[in-house]
Design a protein around this ligand. Structure first.
Ligand code: ATP
Ligand code: MG
Length: 354
């Protein structure tokens, strides 16, 4: 199985690794709708695999969510759902910190400073901003433009060294590194913020829409048939895989062949990730077969492996008292970690603490 340890060492982190035995992980998921297979395979399942190896903070990033309109009642509910999904996937709330972003004011406080460090040109180049603002860029929220600056604050408020994410967030992590470097440089504070390392691994770092193999699977896609939600039951999973777009040819013979056929490539990647196999082995196993046979096998696999996570998530959502207690405890611990770092940033910037 490809894993995080195969990544090349980050020379910028030497100073940090020398000081502490474990690195620190921060990662967030937005409460913007239904969690899907992409979030699970690209991010949450990797969080579960990394816990224990690092000090980890896993965050429901509600302040990021409101960069596009969210119904307030749904936002509250979706925040609990993401926390429930973290727990259902197997994250341990005692050994990791699980919390929601708006409960720790340091995120917004540091983001403001980063808004003054980062350049407008950097933000304008972000593909997520271009995609989410669409044709009507003038009408996008200012928060949507500044999103990567808040994301840098999320990570650097804890001096996190590693960030597990899906492929789509790579560009934002590069910007986080740019912000850290510029801050360290502008304020003559060498090594103050770490130059964070992304952890992007597994066979499904970019799961594509089931309706369009060139578009990322997203919570905010209006078509429910574009994604498999973690809470979908066996019937829904079966329907969605059956209807998933394919091409008229039989299954590809080689990986290179698959790469030229986005829909086939996507489904093969999903299969490999869920089954924990190399994609090349999955391609070999189904080479030349009809899509219907492959889709049946994929359906059985998805129902068997994803179904239980969804059921556990739904069970937890029915116990908001418990979920809230996990988030409350997490916020307290996150605040305690953030406070001395933010105090130091304020001192470096020159804010008077009378
Ligand atoms: P939205 O459409 O609201 O942005 P999203 O589906 O992109 O929602 P996020 O909350 O933005 O979800 O991202 C949570 C995590 O899931 C991030 O680490 C992101 O990189 C990862 N992720 C999101 N979509 C995919 C995908 N299609 N494949 C793999 N990883 C993904
Ligand atoms: Mg996203």
């Amino acid at each position: 199985m490809p894993d995080a340890s195969s990544a090349a060492p980050n020379p910028h982190l030497a100073a940090y690794t020398a000081r502490s035995l474990k690195g620190r992980i921060f990662s967030g998921v937005q409460p913007t709708g239904n969690l899907h297979l992409g979030n699970y395979l690209g991010a949450i399942r990797n969080f579960v695999r990394l816990q224990g190896q690092y000090d980890c903070l896993f965050c429901v990033v509600d302040q990021h969510a409101i960069t596009v309109w969210q119904d307030p009642k749904e936002l509250t509910q979706q925040t609990r759902e993401i926390a429930a999904a973290f727990l259902a996937a197997g994250l341990d709330a005692r050994n990791n910190i699980i919390f929601n972003q708006s409960s720790v004011p340091g995120h917004a406080q540091l983001a403001w400073i980063f808004n003054c460090v980062a350049r407008i040109g950097w933000m304008n180049r972000m593909t997520q901003f271009k995609e989410k603002s669409g044709k009507d860029r003038e009408n996008a929220s200012l928060g949507l433009l500044a999103y990567p600056s808040l994301m840098a604050a999320d990570i650097l408020l804890y001096k996190a060294t590693h960030v597990p994410v899906g492929e789509d967030q790579k560009q934002h992590l590069e910007l986080t590194r740019d912000i850290a470097m510029k801050f360290n440089n502008d304020f003559n504070a060498p090594d103050f913020f770490p130059i964070t390392e992304p952890l992007i691994f597994g066979a499904a770092t970019r799961v594509m829409s089931l309706r369009d193999g060139t578009k990322k699977m997203s919570k905010s896609d209006p078509s429910d048939y574009s994604r498999i939600n973690l809470t979908d039951d066996a019937d829904a999973i079966t329907q969605k895989i059956r209807k998933a777009k394919t091409d008229p040819l039989p299954m590809p013979e080689t990986e290179a062949d698959a790469e030229k056929r986005p829909e086939a490539d996507n489904l093969l990647g999903i299969y490999a990730a869920i089954a924990d196999q190399e994609k090349a082995d999955v391609v070999r196993a189904f080479a030349g077969q009809q899509f219907s046979a492959f889709k049946n096998a994929l359906t059985d696999l998805a129902v068997a492996r994803i179904g239980p996570v969804g059921s556990e998530m739904q069970r937890l959502v029915k116990d908001p008292g418990y979920v809230d207690s996990v988030l409350r405890d997490g916020a307290e611990r996150a605040n305690a970690l953030a406070k001395p770092i933010l105090d130091e940033v304020y001192r470096i910037v020159g804010f008077l603490r009378p």
